[in-house]
Design a protein around this ligand. Structure first.
Ligand code: PEP
Ligand code: MN
Length: 264
């Protein structure tokens, strides 16, 4: 179903009125790794809106490496995201880790993120495939493009064709960066499939200093959008502070991106 051969035209996924794919505007999603409370998310949402961002991200259920690390605010975090959407009008993106919370996400979230660690959680893929909510399908930590496309097929074969790919870096021998950003996937995914693809330069690099160049390269490579971690106080962020941009730097990425893309 994802195959370009049987569907030559680009699919444009509509996320609460924001269109991703085709030759539409490059969509920029900004927001914190984790929702930390109402004040934090409202401040960041305001900054994302003012910078020209199109959507707000924020994790309420977090797939942390250590079970002792902050696991996310859960339902309270989702409610904070909903409050931010009501105030700033930005559609909201959040990660769903378990089908148990599917109803909560159908009711509240505009774009359901399937994280890298769940790319091959086939029951979760089938569950979101039974809904008509747009799905942001991140590439697994060590998955091939073929496996990633098959993960999209799991969602689409259940009836939901609103799938957006998200490259977020893969595991290599390199240690200077958190992951290795594989931009070759942009033309490959576009050749093999008709679905949109966006890039996450934050998890791909793990270092805020590298986020701008990775973002600009992604736009130049033809990506349909970016999802960038933005925090009002990165030094004290509850997760992924080292890779989070301050709002002014996020605004700068959008300004510079505009010079590369016709529309951003
Ligand atoms: C995230 O978006 O905060 C996240 C955990 O991403 P990934 O699944 O790509 O590691
Ligand atoms: Mn993160």
């Amino acid at each position: 179903k994802a195959n370009r051969l049987f569907h030559p035209a680009d699919t444009i996924v509509d996320v609460a009125g924001i269109k991703i794919g085709g030759n539409e505007k490059i969509v920029v999603i900004g927001g914190p790794c984790s929702v930390e409370g109402d004040t934090q998310i409202m401040e960041i949402a305001k900054a994302v809106k003012e910078a020209g961002g199109d959507m707000l991200r924020g994790g309420a259920y977090k797939p942390r490496t250590s079970p002792y690390a902050f696991q996310g605010m859960g339902t309270e975090g989702v409610n904070c995201m909903v409050h931010a959407r009501e105030t700033y009008g930005l559609p909201i993106v959040s990660e769903l880790m378990s089908a148990d919370k599917l109803d909560e996400f159908i009711e509240n979230v505009d774009l359901i993120q399937i994280g890298a660690r769940n790319m091959q959680n086939f029951d979760l893929l089938k569950a979101v495939g039974k809904t008509n909510k747009p799905v942001l399908l991140k590439r697994g930590l060590a998955n091939t493009i073929e496996e990633w496309i098959m993960a999209a097929e799991y969602i689409m074969s259940e009836g939901n064709e609103n799938v957006i790919f998200c490259e977020r870096g893969i595991r290599t021998f390199e240690t200077y960066t958190r992951n290795t950003l594989d931009l070759s996937v942009v033309p490959i995914i576009k050749e093999k499939t008709h679905l949109p693809i966006i890039i996450d330069p934050s998890h791909a690099t793990g270092d805020w200093k590298l986020v701008e160049s990775a973002s600009l390269a992604a736009i130049a490579a033809g990506a349909d959008g970016l999802i960038i971690e933005v925090h009002n106080d990165p030094e004290n962020a509850w997760s992924d502070g080292a890779q989070s941009l301050k709002p002014e730097r996020f605004a700068e990425v959008i300004r510079k991106g505009r010079k590369i893309a016709n529309v951003i």
